[in-house]
Design a protein around this ligand. Structure first.
Ligand SMILES: Cc1cc2nc3c(=O)[nH]c(=O)nc-3n(C[C@H](O)[C@H](O)[C@H](O)COP(=O)(O)OP(=O)(O)OC[C@H]3O[C@@H](n4cnc5c(N)ncnc54)[C@H](O)[C@@H]3O)c2cc1C
Length: 493
């Protein structure tokens, strides 16, 4: 039993940065620990990134892969959610500073778990992003949905007018990792199966879907044999696979690539999708500057074997942000790392011995190519075809958060994979253009709202000015009346 003195002590405060795989699983793993947890994240949803491509291609809705974290954690009494983008971590003061729409919050912690993940990397060519959106967020997936379905619409319009429409019916996916393969496979299925009867002026089956990568093979982490298999399956679907080609330019109407022999080629296309490269959260740099921990080229921070930072045993970094033993940027690394950190924090408070270094248990990798076709790697086992696809289905059903989402996702998969339909084809102009429009505002969305206090000040000023105007008008009225200039002149009465 704890002493009355201990009972009076404020509970140990844990801040978790991020609501992705590391953030959410870390927070949940602390549910029985004697702590108060605050999960600070840029969004109030938990995003199941592996299924973003299905939102982009109209199979699933965004809600199915992004449940609200408040709902997920509603039963966990020691946890709360704080919306905000973390802009600073002060390791000396043990504070985390976050912002949302001009509002700043400074939160204190005793232990910190940083799980801010990674963003898309354009390898120093950030201007490519305007024309080739990546796939890291719900906004990205909805924008891509708008662009993909929109391209077919523009092609139909163009065909009716006799215009050249080749660039509208050409889709280029950059990056032949799992996301690129899945995306290219789904666009091909859309063009060849889903949409084939929906248009009158165009034949959607004539659409070109191109998957390109600078690497010499598809799915490099899966090994040569599975890579070859995946390439063959994609080609059967009608995807053109171009390897050994580095993207050198992207603009509104096309994409330029350079081959190893120096040849440069341009593909005319309006729809480009960037699925190559990641860059760890810039919070890694802040932490590195304060601790001397090294950063690798992708901005990942080198952590101690127990996932803590040098000189700061109270700070854990997990998931896509870390560089440790060549661990891959996959969901299981984040989940297992976060659970390890939570157990360590709990153990320290309840007098348990340290766990020893973090050990990652590789449960395998898989990538879906089309309906009923996938490749999977589990230990020494290499699986392809329907078996791998069924395995993919089972794993994703288990890991989608929430019973509701599992049921509706299963229904939508039945509609898309057994049938030919897609339930989530709705697109809006805002989905397509909001990102670029917001980027053109000086301070992004913050420009659209007033700063705290600024609204009241502006209102008060308006009221004062209005009152002064009204008083001046009243005084003028009185002057005119008194001088007889107002109303019927005296001589005419
Ligand atoms: C399209 C796609 C497909 C993928 N497919 C697979 C797959 O099939 N299998 C697999 O294992 N892995 C897959 N991955 C990788 C997997 O999703 C990541 O490895 C995993 O999400 C990493 O978890 P994390 O917690 O480190 O980061 P994330 O899950 O990315 O979470 C980061 C969180 O931090 C928040 N955040 C970021 N910066 C800040 C900040 N400054 N302040 C506050 N909050 C912040 C974000 O909003 C987010 O909530 C895929 C990734 C993508 C993008």
């Amino acid at each position: 039993m704890s002493s009355p003195q201990a009972q009076q002590q404020a509970p140990h405060k844990v801040i978790v940065i991020g609501s992705g795989f590391g953030g959410l699983f870390g927070t949940k793993a602390l549910r029985k620990a004697p702590v108060d947890v605050t999960m600070v994240a840029k969004t109030t949803h938990h995003l199941f990134q592996p299924l973003l491509y299905q939102v982009a291609t109209g199979i699933l809705s965004e809600g199915e892969i992004a449940p609200p974290t408040r709902e997920v954690l509603s039963g966990q009494k020691n946890a709360q959610v704080l919306l905000g983008e973390v802009t600073g971590v002060d390791l000396e003061a043990r504070t985390v500073t976050s912002h949302v729409l001009g509002r700043e919050t400074v939160s204190e912690y005793d232990s910190l778990i940083v799980a801010a993940g990674a963003a898309q990397s354009y390898f120093g060519n950030d201007h490519f992003s305007e024309y080739a959106p990546g796939m890291k967020s719900i906004d990205d997936a909805l924008e891509l949905r708008g662009r993909i379905f929109g391209a077919f619409e523009m092609a139909e319009l163009g065909a009716n007018r006799g215009d050249d429409i080749d660039h509208l019916l050409t889709f280029v996916v950059v990056g032949a990792g799992p996301t690129g393969v899945e995306m290219a496979g789904q666009i091909a299925e859309l063009a060849h199966r889903t949409l084939k009867r929906d248009f009158r002026a165009i034949n959607t089956r004539e659409a070109r879907v191109i998957l390109l990568d600078a690497a010499p093979q598809v799915l490099p982490p899966f090994g040569q044999k599975l890579g070859e298999k995946a390439k063959g399956e994609l080609e059967k679907l009608g995807v053109e696979v171009i390897l050994g080609a580095m993207v050198t330019d992207v603009d509104e109407r096309g994409i330029e690539m350079k081959f190893k022999d120096g040849r440069v080629e341009r593909i005319k296309t309006v729809t480009k999708i960037w699925a190559a490269g990641v860059q760890a959260s810039p919070l890694g740099k802040t932490l590195s500057e304060q601790t001397g921990a090294p950063l690798d080229r992708a901005g990942r921070i080198g952590v101690n074997p127990d996932l803590t930072l040098p000189g700061h045993p109270e700070v854990f970094v997990v998931g896509d942000m870390i560089a440790l033993d060549n661990l891959p940027g996959v969901a299981q690394v984040a989940i297992q790392g976060a659970k390890y950190a939570a157990k360590e924090i709990d153990g320290r408070l309840t007098g348990k011995a340290p766990q020893g270094p973090f050990k990652y248990f590789d449960k395998g990798s898989m990538a879906i190519i089309s309906r009923f076709r996938a490749v999977a790697m589990v230990g020494k086992l290499r699986l392809t075809g329907v078996i791998a696809w069924l395995m993919w289905l089972a794993v994703h059903l288990v890991y989608i958060t929430g019973f509701k989402s599992r049921v509706t996702a299963l229904l939508h998969w039945a509609i898309s994979f057994l049938g030919r339909g897609r339930s989530e084809r709705t697109t809006t102009e805002q989905q397509i253009f909001a990102r670029t429009a917001l980027a053109r505002l000086r301070r992004g969305a913050t420009d659209l709202v007033s700063e705290p206090g600024a609204y009241d000040a502006a209102r008060q000023m308006m009221e004062t000015t209005r009152r002064e105007e009204l008083e001046a008008m009243a005084a003028e009225e009185a002057r005119l009346t008194d001088s007889g200039a107002r109303g019927v002149p005296a001589e005419q009465r």
